[in-house]
Design a protein around this ligand. Structure first.
Ligand code: C5P
Length: 222
């Protein structure tokens, strides 16, 4: 259903687990499929927004009418987002950003040798994209996700405050029927100074439309 409530608005969405390169044929990543982020990009486009989807997954088809920017690691994702932040009205960060990346990316495929039964890959912390953008933003509504396996509400509440977000979408990824790679999701929406809003289990497409609904109400001039 198209109501055009985001016409002339720019929305930046991220999706997928970042891929942190070890060498030309290997990377470190996580179980995020990107489905939630792609569903959000679709929902925003359905409302008439100009949507840019910064994606670290290549497995899904870009939604119609959405500009897609493919990235691999967190540093590249941050860079692409910083270049576009100024024009945005809302930033929705559904990507599962890897906390760490290899200190060095080997230029050639790392070979196993007869005398080495173990190997060590040294990791360094990735930048927190949301936190970095929060220091550079002007008017943008910032939305984050929290995928947790325990203490869902407490961890989510901390992230809402710590990352200075306008909205945080928390989901329990210890359950197989919702969260990573599932087609359904069940979340709790947190907002500063408001009671948590627990939504029932629903299709990611339906949830995406609901989240975009909330974003519409948060935008100034609405
Ligand atoms: O800290 P955690 O990874 O659980 O935070 C989740 C939220 O923060 C998500 O919206 C995620 O996209 C974002 N994030 C980020 N940069 C990171 C790690 C997470 O923007 N390095």
């Amino acid at each position: 259903q198209q109501t055009g409530r985001l016409r002339h608005r720019h929305v930046l969405v991220t999706a997928g687990g970042t891929r942190e390169r070890i060498d030309p044929v290997r990377f470190i990543s996580n179980d995020s499929s990107g489905k939630m982020g792609y569903a959000i990009a679709t929902a925003a486009a359905n409302e008439g927004a100009d949507v840019t989807l910064v994606s670290s997954t290549t497995a899904l088809t870009a939604p119609a009418g959405v500009e897609i920017v493919h990235v691999a690691g967190a540093k590249e994702m941050l860079n692409q987002m910083q270049q576009r932040l100024d024009q945005q009205d809302a930033v929705i960060m559904a990507a599962a950003v890897a906390d760490f990346r290899p200190v060095e990316e080997a230029a050639q495929k790392i070979k196993k040798t007869a005398d080495n039964d173990t190997m060590i890959i040294k990791l360094t912390k990735n930048p927190d994209i949301l936190k970095t953008l929060a220091t550079q933003k002007t008017k943008q509504i910032m939305v984050g996700f929290a995928a947790e396996t325990q203490h869902l509400l407490a961890n989510a509440q901390h992230k809402l405050t710590d990352k200075k977000l306008d909205m945080l979408v928390a989901n329990d990824v210890s359950r197989k029927d919702i969260g990573f790679n599932a087609d359904n999701n069940q979340v709790v929406i947190l907002r500063p100074n408001q009671e948590p809003e627990k939504l029932p289990i629903m299709a990611k497409s339906e949830l995406a439309a609901k989240l975009i609904d909330r974003v519409v109400t948060l935008l100034p001039g609405k």
